[in-house]
Design a protein around this ligand. Structure first.
Ligand SMILES: [Mg+2]
Ligand SMILES: [Zn+2]
Length: 219
């Protein structure tokens, strides 16, 4: 499912992309893999409307700091609403544009958006299928890594759902659990199975100091 379609051309216009890819091929970059719903934006089940898209408070400023510090920012999102026929790819792009607009006010910009439109059991083929991109599978992370030169040793993932953390674990990067969205329930579930994320924070912005330390690690 990797493809140019999954880019929203906000930071990399088509001309820039070739140049940036060359740069990335020389130098590996740390990456931050961000879940969308409940982590970046307010959780709205099967969100299909840009007007209901709300980036969580403090997130634009936090991402601007992290991006400046050197992280590539990737959104990796399960969007089975597409398989379910609740939204289409055009709507999804409008929502991404709205996220970009809200982040842009603080000077932050997502490098690339990746999503899984599939569901294994619901909807109509080709979206109804078993895929390797629906989290907990790590396929969306792999798509990003094939488009950019990712330094896995200095990368991390942030999410509110067990599936996010499992996808990050599958690529051996530290998983940060946020308390927003489904996060508190997820933390409870983890505790019951005696598991812990690399870091738990109430809100994404609280992870900034920890992530800055990760960057100072030798690659
Ligand atoms: Mg989520
Ligand atoms: Zn998929």
């Amino acid at each position: 499912m990797a493809g140019i379609f999954y880019f929203f051309p906000s930071r990399h216009s088509s001309n820039e992309k070739a140049v940036n890819r060359y740069t990335f091929s020389v130098k590996k970059s740390p990456a931050l893999f961000l879940d969308r719903d409940g982590t970046l934006i307010e959780e709205v089940p099967y969100l299909s409307s840009p007007s209901k898209t709300r980036v969580l408070s403090g997130v634009p400023e936090a991402l601007a700091i992290l991006q400046k510090a050197g992280f590539l920012l990737f959104v990796v999102s399960n969007q089975s609403g597409i398989a379910r026929g609740l939204l289409d790819e055009g709507r999804l792009l409008q929502i991404q544009a709205e996220i970009d607009r809200q982040l842009g006010k603080a000077g932050a910009c997502i490098d690339a958006y990746y999503h899984c439109p599939h569901h294994p059991a619901v909807g109509i083929p080709p979206q109804r299928r078993r895929c390797n991109c629906r989290k907990p599978q790590p396929g969306l992370l792999d798509q990003a890594a094939s488009d950019f030169n990712v330094d896995w040793t200095r990368s991390a993932g942030i999410g509110d759902d067990l599936r996010d953390l499992q996808a990050f674990a599958a690529r051996d990067i530290p998983a940060i659990l946020v308390g927003t969205g489904k996060g508190r329930r997820t933390r409870q579930k983890l505790a019951e199975s005696k598991m812990e994320p690399a870091l738990f924070v109430g809100h994404l912005p609280e992870s900034v100091p920890w992530l800055r330390r990760l960057l100072s690690k030798e690659s």
